[in-house]
Design a binder for this molecule. Structure first.
Ligand code: FES
Length: 199
């Protein structure tokens, strides 16, 4: 897993430099020109899809995006982080994502994502809407000695695993939301639209 200091530095760099632009209907051919194209504030408010370049997102890192006025995270998970998920079910409130409000059908799987390594989440706690902290390290934490990486909400101590699944015994009632999204290609996501053919 990446050194946390390096990750933090890289994260700031990535947040500052990654193109995040509206692109509905733009198509694949528009990608080389997309960095200079920002959606209007009005379009963003109306929920225009957001185009995200994930080509520089390394394992264990997170990108911050805004979609429909909400913070959204894009995280590239390592194989080590993904391996933790199967062993957590008994500690979780909804390990199988049975609450269908919290993710599209195509993200209703063990990883809560289209591709296992790339996680997309709305970054608001399902209790009262605070932004949780990203705690990807697989090390004991003050709030959980058996921590396997995930998200911790400092407002009232809700905890979520690295797929955004909520733990039992915390105030948050449901898993973190997965927004609609699709891959434009291996290096670009579009947040706010479903994959072709998906509901
Ligand atoms: S808002 Fe996150 S635990 Fe209350």
């Amino acid at each position: 897993m990446a050194n946390p200091d390096v990750s933090n530095g890289r994260r700031r760099f990535l947040t500052a430099t990654t193109a995040v632009v509206g692109a509905v209907g733009a198509g694949f051919a528009a990608v080389p020109f997309i960095k200079s194209w920002q959606p209007s504030a009005r379009a963003q408010g109306a929920g225009a899809p957001v185009f995200v370049d994930i080509s520089k997102l390394e394992f264990g890192q997170r990108l911050d995006v805004q979609w429909r006025g909400k913070p959204v995270w894009v995280i590239r998970r390592s194989a080590e982080q993904l391996e933790q998920l199967a062993g957590l079910d008994e500690r979780l409130r909804d390990p199988d994502s049975k609450n269908i409000e919290q993710q599209p059908e195509y993200a209703r799987n063990a990883y809560r994502s289209i591709k296992p390594e790339v996680l997309v989440l709305v970054a608001t706690c399902t209790h009262l809407g605070c932004v949780p902290l990203f705690k990807p390290e697989l090390v004991a934490q003050p709030f959980d000695p058996n921590w396997k990486g995930g998200f911790y909400c400092p407002c009232h101590s809700s905890r979520f695993d690295i797929a955004g699944r909520v733990f039992q015994g915390v105030p948050a009632p449901s898993n973190l939301e997965v927004p609609p999204y699709r891959f434009a290609d291996d290096k670009h996501l579009v947040i706010g639209v479903n994959p072709e053919g998906a509901a």
